[in-house]
Design a binder for this molecule. Structure first.
Ligand SMILES: Nc1ncnc2c1ncn2[C@@H]1O[C@H](COP(=O)(O)OP(=O)(O)OP(=O)(O)O)[C@@H](O)[C@H]1O
Ligand SMILES: [Mg+2]
Length: 383
């Protein structure tokens, strides 16, 4: 059984932060009386594109998705922070319109740098005692000032140590300012943020919804974007390690730009069009160097996991994100690691029919939309 984990990080806004592989909706006592929206829209606001997926349930009970990807004008986001709110809002409006998405209840993800989730072990105590001591306890585990974050916790397990019985507490903290910034651009676009999550866990949720975790084993979910690669290592159906690598497809574009004195746009075109630089058989040195750099970071992440007690070797690597469309990157991942590599297609799964995909070839939209699909499935899959 997958554990349910959730936290009310945006409590004052009625938002819920969904962590782990759970399918989370407006849970809790009061929320039971709230009408559930007919659909949820997953919005993945990236530095190079905004992805939207709306999942609804068809009359026959299947899941139906509308999906879209639209470019994000450059320098609208930097390191996950929203730099130009109105431009981001426009991009959100555009993607919803292009994909024909009508729902306005939104699940979104915050940059990994703004969210910290930790499982901590504490002596067993009453709920009241826990409520009274959690902030003090959190201080040692959260690398932010407590006054700057929305903090929440959930008891997710029980155990014992030499001192006596213990509880395992999932502690989650998200920066208030980041929540407010993301909520604002989404609200300006006419949407209501209901769920906040992080990319690595949303992707896991999408993958789990399709039964991808049922076989157990160990796998790494990779979401390679323009400036970030989200890595989530899952063991026996549970996330055991996540990391955001601060590099992605932009590194190729920058390298091509420098090597051939191109504009960013020209270099993007060159990269995506194959041809010079992205031919897996004869990549040019600048491209090879980038692959080497990115792979080294991925490798370090896997090694970090492998060094932990009780780690297993990785059976599978699941690729998604726009940069996973790059031939050179995907080929290098296949070559480098002794694990089977698959591309995650959130629309090819059994229960999901795509009724529309706007903003590119279906395969491109599918590669980009894994996180958005996982966000959209937070609620609908819970019925
Ligand atoms: N066919 C392709 N070949 C190579 N690279 C591609 C292709 N299609 C998209 N990309 C690259 O994928 C990246 C965009 O992916 P994605 O939309 O997942 O990023 P993002 O979510 O906006 O970025 P981030 O999450 O890092 O802020 C860009 O670097 C883009 O050049
Ligand atoms: Mg992204």
């Amino acid at each position: 059984m997958q554990s349910r984990r959730f936290a009310r990080l945006g409590a004052e806004n009625g938002m819920v932060l969904a962590l782990g592989v759970s399918v989370v909706s407006r849970m809790g006592i009061l929320s039971r009386f709230l009408p559930r929206p007919a659909s949820l829209v997953g919005l993945d606001i990236g530095s190079s594109s905004v992805k939207a997926v709306e999942v609804t349930r068809s009359a026959t009970g299947g899941l139906v998705a509308r999906a879209g990807v639209q470019p994000m004008p450059s320098e609208s986001l930097a390191k996950g922070a929203i730099v130009n709110g109105p431009v981001v809002t426009d991009a959100i409006r555009n993607v919803l319109e292009a994909a024909g998405i009508r729902g306005r209840d939104v699940a979104l993800c915050l940059p990994g740098s703004a969210v910290v989730a930790r499982e901590i072990s504490m002596p067993r105590m009453s709920p009241a005692e826990l409520a009274g001591s959690i902030a003090w306890e959190a201080e040692g585990h959260i690398p932010f000032e407590l006054r700057d974050v929305n903090l929440d916790y959930q008891v997710v397990g029980r155990g014992a140590d030499s001192e006596g019985p213990t509880i395992v507490v999932l502690l989650a903290a998200a920066k208030k300012s980041t929540i407010a910034d993301y909520a604002a651009v989404v609200a300006q676009a006419g949407c209501v943020p209901i769920v906040v999550d992080v990319a690595a866990f949303a992707l896991q949720n999408a993958y789990a919804t399709y039964g991808g975790l049922d076989g157990g084993g160990s796998l790494a979910l990779l979401n390679a974007g323009a400036s970030t690669i989200n890595v989530n290592i899952v063991l026996g159906g549970r996330s055991v390690f996540t990391r955001d690598i601060a590099a992605g497809g932009n590194a190729y574009t920058d390298a091509l730009r420098a090597a051939h004195s191109l504009t960013f746009g020209e270099a993007e075109k060159l990269k995506k069009g194959g041809g010079r630089g992205q031919d897996a058989d004869t990549p040019e040195p600048a491209v090879r160097e980038v692959t080497e750099r990115l792979l080294l970071e991925v490798e370090k992440t896997f090694d970090f996991f492998a060094a932990k007690p009780a780690s297993a070797r990785l059976d599978r690597i699941v690729l998604s994100g726009g940069a996973s469309r790059g031939r050179e990157f995907a080929a290098a991942i296949e070559e480098r690691f002794d694990a089977s590599v698959e591309r995650f297609d959130p629309f090819r799964a059994m229960t999901m029919d795509v009724v529309s995909a706007a903003g590119g070839e279906l395969a491109d939209v599918a590669a980009a939309a894994g996180v958005a699909a996982g966000l959209a499935l937070r609620q609908v899959g819970d019925r």
